[in-house]
Design a protein around this ligand. Structure first.
Ligand code: E4P
Length: 214
């Protein structure tokens, strides 16, 4: 499973990409607002830090306007993927962008039916939101089941759309995404940092350091 950074904060992307494990970046309007810079400014900087798919979300809500907005982002760099919300207008825009050879990531996906709509329109990626569906259902495996079901459905019908497990809140989500067969997980910086840690690693390091002292 590839690791994308789910952030628009440049310092976080710089740090995480220096570890050599980041294959792409996803942004959304909330993450852009948090970063304190505009989407275009963020894209300009991120493309120089990460050589992989970088999702930029459209602000427009009707298909024609989404396509026009998408074209302006796609022109900036070959790695730009257009993030489109799961609506009828969004599906129409994905169909059009697919014809234009512009890659898309359909976001806010919470069901197999929505994933089918996205992949039928030619979406390059779909983003099922694990954390938000867990919150809604008050279950800790609703996100896992969602990703697993979509993966099986894509396999059954031979869809080429890749799954980006999104809305990841903790390590368990990352591991559930792997078990469910997601091709990618987009992970917030604070979770990325936790992924190298384990209490027994910390304890083991202390024991070895003490032994070396002796
Ligand atoms: C990524 O593509 C999504 O926009 C992001 O993972 C959403 O996460 P959230 O539910 O924590 O806002």
């Amino acid at each position: 499973m590839k690791i994308f950074a789910d952030t628009a904060i440049i310092k976080e992307i710089e740090e995480a990409s220096s570890w050599g494990i980041i294959s792409g970046v996803t942004t959304n309007p909330s993450l852009i607002a948090k970063s304190g810079i505009t989407l275009t400014e963020a894209i300009d900087k991120i493309v120089n830090l990460v050589d992989g798919p970088i999702s930029a979300e459209v602000k427009e809500s009707n298909a024609e306007a989404m396509v026009e907005e998408a074209k302006t982002y796609a022109k900036i760099h070959k790695n730009i993927v257009i993030k489109i919300p799961m609506t009828i207008e969004g599906v129409k825009a994905v169909k059009e962008l697919t014809k234009l050879n512009i890659k898309t990531n359909v976001t806010l996906v919470f069901s197999m039916s929505q994933a089918l709509m996205a992949s039928s329109a030619g979406a390059t990626y779909v983003s099922p939101f694990m954390g938000r569906i867990d919150d809604l259902t008050e279950k800790d495996d609703a996100g896992f089941k969602l990703v697993k079901d979509i993966k099986e459905m894509f396999k059954t019908y031979n869809f080429k759309t890749k799954i980006i497990a999104a809305s990841i809140r903790h390590i368990n989500h990352v591991e559930q995404a792997m078990k469910a067969g997601a091709e990618i997980a987009t992970i917030p910086y604070k979770v990325l940092k936790k992924m190298v840690k384990h209490e027994l690693t910390t304890k083991g390091l202390k024991i070895f350091a003490e032994a070396q002292e002796k």
